[in-house]
Design a binder for this molecule. Structure first.
Ligand SMILES: [Zn+2]
Length: 393
C-alpha cells in the first residue's frame, strides 16, 4: 500500500539547481527541484537534528520506502502540467499565441499528416516548459536572475579574478502567459511561485518522521551556494494527496480521440508520458534507451508500441539526458549515466480483450513508478496524460 503526500515549498532566497556536478564557470539552473536534491536537503536536516545516521535515517533516505518526487513550479490552486515532447506552439510568438498549442501524438495514427499552422500563419515548433492551465492554455515560466559571483581561492583565501563565475538562480516568481491581449506580458507583472511535488511512502509508519522534518514554516536548504546565501526554502504545506481515480476516464477519452484520428477499432491505445527521468538497465547493466519495450514497464508480451500509419516506425518521442550517478547501496556518487528524459512520450497498443489486465498494470505503474532510483523521484509515469487528447485537433 502506497500513501502519497503533497509537499509545497516557497522560496526565501534565490535557488540554484544543477543537473550535473559543479565545476564550470557558467551555470544554468534547472527550473524544478529534482527529487535527488530534496532527498539530500532532508537528509541534512535530519542529521542536523539527530546527530548521526540511525535506523530511521536509513529507512527514510537509503531504502526504497520513501520516494522523493521532483517538485515542479506551481501557482496556488492550479495543477501544473509538464509539457511533453509531442507538444508544439507558435514558432514566433510562443505562448503569447498559447491557444495555438497543439499536441501531435495522435497525428501518428492519422493517414493524412497534419499541416497545421498558428492562426498568425507562423509554423508550429516544439514547446517545452509547464502549463498551469490546459484550456485555455496558460504557460508558467519561473523567472531566473543572473548572478556573478567570485569564488574564493582556497590556498590564499583571497578573491581571485579568474574564478569569477556567473550563475542563473530561480527567484520565486513566475510569469503566466497565454493570450495575445494578455496584460501580464509586462516583465514586472509576475506571480508568486511555489514548488510542489509528491512524496510516496510504501511504509506509512514513516509519515510521522517526515512530518516532523516538514512542519509548516520549517526551513530547508536546497541546491548550490548555501554559503553565498542561496537555496533557503520554507515548507508551506505537507498534506495527504487525494486518491486519484481518473485513469479509467483518461483511458476512455484517449481512446475516443484515437478512434477519431483513424485508430484501429479493434485496438486500444495508451500513452506513457515520462513525468520524471527514467533509469532502466538491461541484464548487462547498460542503460535502456531507444531499445525500450512495453515489457520494461511490466506489460504483457501482447502489448506493442503503436506504429506510424505509413511506416513501421514505433511512435516514440524519446530524448536522453546525462545525470550524476548514485550508488544507493553505498550512498556514494558514481560516474555520470544516461537516462530517458522527462517529457518523453511512448504510444502503446493492446487488443481489446487485453484491456482489463493492461489497465490494472498501468494503474500500478502510476502509483509505484518504474525502473531504478525511484526513491529520488525517477520513473514517474502518467498514462493517457490529458494534454495529448485535450490539445489535439
Ligand atoms: Zn502565432
Amino acid at each position: 500500500m502506497t500513501a502519497e503526500f503533497i509537499l509545497t515549498l516557497t522560496l526565501r532566497a534565490p535557488l540554484a539547481l544543477h543537473q550535473t556536478r559543479a565545476g564550470v564557470q557558467y551555470v544554468e539552473t534547472l527550473d524544478y527541484v529534482p527529487g535527488t536534491a530534496l532527498r539530500g536537503a532532508l537528509a541534512k536536516a535530519y542529521l542536523a537534528e539527530q546527530g548521526s545516521p540511525d535506523s530511521t535515517f536509513r529507512a527514510l533516505f537509503l531504502s526504497d520506502q520513501v520516494q522523493y518526487g521532483d517538485l515542479w513550479p506551481a501557482i496556488e490552486g492550479k495543477p501544473t502540467t509538464l509539457i511533453p515532447a509531442t507538444a508544439q506552439v507558435c514558432k514566433r510568438y510562443k505562448f503569447a499565441h498559447g491557444d495555438s498549442l497543439r499536441d501531435t501524438l495522435f497525428d501518428a495514427l492519422s493517414s493524412q499528416p497534419a499541416a497545421v499552422n498558428c492562426k498568425c500563419g507562423e509554423a508550429l515548433d516544439r514547446a517545452s516548459g509547464y502549463l498551469c492551465s490546459l484550456n485555455p492554455v496558460e504557460s508558467l515560466s519561473p523567472r531566473s536572475r543572473l548572478r556573478v559571483s567570485t569564488a574564493i581561492e582556497r590556498s590564499t583565501g583571497t578573491a581571485a579574478r579568474e574564478l569569477l563565475f556567473t550563475q542563473h538562480t530561480l527567484i520565486g516568481r513566475g510569469k503566466v502567459k497565454g493570450r495575445e491581449d494578455d496584460k501580464r506580458d509586462d516583465s514586472e507583472n509576475t506571480v508568486p511561485l511555489l514548488f510542489q511535488g509528491t512524496l510516496r511512502l510504501t511504509n506509512p509508519a514513516l509519515y510521522h518522521e517526515l512530518a516532523g522534518l516538514l512542519k509548516p514554516t520549517s526551513v530547508l536548504f536546497l541546491g548550490a551556494g548555501r554559503s553565498r546565501g542561496l537555496g533557503e526554502v520554507e515548507v508551506k504545506t505537507f498534506l495527504e494527496a487525494p486518491a486519484d481515480q481518473s485513469l479509467p476516464d483518461r483511458w476512455k477519452k484517449f481512446n475516443e480521440a484515437a478512434q477519431r484520428t483513424g485508430g484501429d477499432p479493434d485496438t486500444r491505445y495508451f500513452s506513457l508520458t515520462l513525468l520524471s527521468h527514467l533509469a532502466l538497465r538491461d541484464e548487462l547493466l547498460r542503460p535502456v534507451l531507444s531499445d525500450i519495450t512495453p515489457q520494461h514497464f511490466g506489460l504483457p508480451e501482447t502489448v506493442t508500441w503503436a506504429r506510424y500509419t505509413n511506416s513501421e516506425q514505433p511512435v516514440l518521442f524519446l530524448s536522453t539526458v546525462t545525470v550524476p550517478g548514485w550508488n544507493a547501496a553505498l550512498g556514494l556518487p558514481k560516474p555520470d549515466t544516461v537516462v530517458l528524459a522527462r517529457g518523453s512520450v511512448l504510444l502503446a497498443q493492446c487488443r481489446t480483450d487485453q484491456e482489463q489486465a493492461v489497465v490494472a498494470q498501468l494503474a500500478r505503474i502510476e502509483v509505484q513508478g518504474v525502473g531504478e532510483r525511484r526513491n529520488e523521484g525517477f520513473g514517474r509515469v502518467a498514462i493517457c496524460y490529458p494534454i495529448h487528447y485535450e490539445r489535439w485537433r
